[in-house]
Design a protein around this ligand. Sequence first.
Ligand code: ZN
Length: 488
Amino acid sequence: MKRLGFLVFLVVFLLAFPKAGDAASSSAKIFLDGQQLNLTSGVQVANVNNNILIPIRVVSENLGFKVDWEKSSQSVTVQNSITTVKMVVGSKTADIDGSQVSMNITPVLSGKTTLVPLRFVSSQMGMDVKWNNQEKAVYLSSGSVSDPWFEGEEGSPSVEPDTESPVAPVDPVGPSVPGTPGTLATVDAISFSDNRLMIATSGNVKPNVFKLNAPDRIVIDLPNTAFSEVFGYEHTLNTQNSGELAVTDYPDVSLIRYALFSDSPSTVRVVINLTSPVEYSVSSENDGLVFIDLNAQDSEEPTPPIGTEGKKVVVIDAGHGGSAPGALSVTGKHEKALNLSIALKVEALLKKEKSIDVIMTRSDDSTLSLSDRTKIANNLKSDIFVSIHGNSNTSSSPNGTETYYTRETSTQLANIIHKHLAKATGLKDRGVKYGNLHVTRETKMPAVLLEIGFLSNSKDEAQLFNDDFQNRVAKGIVSGIKEYLKVQ
Ligand code: ZN
């Protein structure tokens, strides 16, 4: 089964549930940590506007949270040792540990019972919530939020499911899909590097960014947006349209979460969980790209937007990363580490250049799809794109340095950069080659992919992880970039 993108998901979701208004009962089953909840007879789970609501009795008896109901104010308080969620019947605003948060559905009174939104309450209480459409079941997991991605057959991004029955294509702006008026932009990719969150969108999006404390968070709301199909393929996006991005190497950031926060108006929300309060700056000048820069705290003066003041924009792409290690060297080292190490050295050198803005597709061990990488460069309208790789062959004999390009407009960059690179590596010069590679093909600016040397060849490999060698290579790449861009 192919991982469902947002629209396909929405259709399936709409088909799976009764229409909004046919609330009263729902056949949805609820599982908690793999065990189906045995609901007391007469207790009904409801569905309103495609949200599952559960009686507060289920919240206390089955989910095990402390629940208080205050009749005079019609307010419900759900509590565990960490979090307190207060909701009022008919109000879309909830209070989470003193912070106001919007819900896309309000708690309701149904007979003598108060119903609260299952997904909202469970996720605010730290549970992971998944919807299994085939079983018409809600799966709650009380453990670590990220666990299901690594255990479930559906969640893992590396799984290529293939048996889902085809779903009729829908017009993404068609009137039959509620909450998606014709002006929706899509959120296509999210990445975090260089202490900066990048959100790629299909059009101009004016983000609404604000801080929450206890715990410290930066919340980015993207009005009139929905996740694109592409997003669903490239990122972990569960059937409740939410997911998370693991962030390592940035002490201020513990986790980044994203979700389709509201259906009406359709709003994607990205939340940066912080370990302490952090200042940030927001820029969305570049069409289709939103930056939340956490480096703002380091300097008094605001950083000018990327590529302004006559600067050339260079995107450096360290190949592979995270769960995609690339080739394995003859001594068991990962290509992703080689690529990153050289890329970071190139970045450091380019940062000294006053007339160049350098953007890294990744500057840590994050997992990034190929289309994330090209999207970053394309949305930034960067001047050049340079992808750094180590080569590999099933035979141990091939060795040397080669440079790839795909489009005609990249040949000059390829020739100039290869001239400097081959000299710097001192390895066998295998020349400039045409290759039909995603990153050099799908980018819109001159783009090259550098194969520094062969990880599968012991002579090359002995050099590749050497610091002096890498410094020399980085200098060579930068000389090529500067010659091509005519930067002094
Ligand atoms: Zn590679």
